[in-house]
Design a protein around this ligand. Sequence first.
Ligand code: ACO
Length: 319
Amino acid sequence: MYSRIIGTGSHLPEKVLSNQDLERMVDTSHEWIVTRTGIVERHIAGENELASDLALHASRKAIEAAGISLNEIDLVIVATTTSDMLFPSTAAILQSKLGLANHCAAFDVQAVCTGFIYALSTADCYLKSGRYRHALVVGTEVLSRIIDWTDRSTCVLFGDGAGAVVLKADSEAGILSSHLHADGSQNPILAVPGRVCNGKIEGSPFVYMSGNAVFKIAVNVLEQVAEEAMHANGMTPSDIDWLVPHQANIRIIEATAKKLSLDMARVVVTVDRHGNTSAASIPLALDEAAREGKFKKGDTLLLEGVGGGITWGAILLKW
Ligand code: ACO
């Protein structure tokens, strides 16, 4: 038994924040941002837009693309770092907004930018075991809420959005393998260290990142986990039709592609228009490429991500 992606969807908030807009907010330049990150613009959620709202739009599109009825979904997993509330889970809120309240299991997964890989892998295990038939797996973020908009080292990097997939238990090949890793000792280099305590936030509620340290780890672990996934399936880079990487920085994506000897023409890139949308970035890229008709039936896709934790992982699948 396999689990297979049968539909994708995504949603970006209407408001676009360009590098030129950021030039007016902090001491930065379009040239610096493009050269160092590849980002040109990103989308920012409206004041009243929550992670579950972005997820709702993306989910509806994914369910429509899958061609199944809503009540065939028996599992909802949401990957997010910016949940609507401390609790309940954004998955439970999304389930209710979809009209599936009290119909199926729903829970969140928190692995920051690797969240979607962790969530998809979790859903795959449930479907392969025969426990559920159809899973809705979503990555959604309103990262703009945890950004210090006076800190140029982080505020130019992130954006908001959501991506979703419907996964079906099937005898036809889909997800071939997933590979998850975490090194919790690296937690200080990428964190939002604040916590709610006695009715107040203690510590900083904003993203802190040691960019250089994360960059070096990212390039290494993304290569390692890609090799691990290919090795587990007896494949080499020439067997990979598409690499769908986490979209944090074009230099990380290009370095990974180069280490794997993958032509950039086989790499899905959205970081220029989305920025880093954390758990949403891989499903957003997946949906965009799918709707552009890039993937052909039977193509081999390698999805991979790295993020706070540090966490990292990869999923190898047949489209
Ligand atoms: N505009 C202009 N100058 C800037 C800006 C800015 N927005 N930000 C930093 N600078 C300056 C710095 O102050 C520094 O100046 P100095 O040399 O005078 O001290 C200089 O630019 C170079 O700064 P670096 O931090 O060394 O720049 P670098 O080339 O490393 O790029 C970046 C920084 C883009 C953050 C990069 O390190 C990166 O992409 N890191 C990885 C991010 C990532 O992959 N995250 C993944 C997970 S995210 C998650 O899980 C939430």
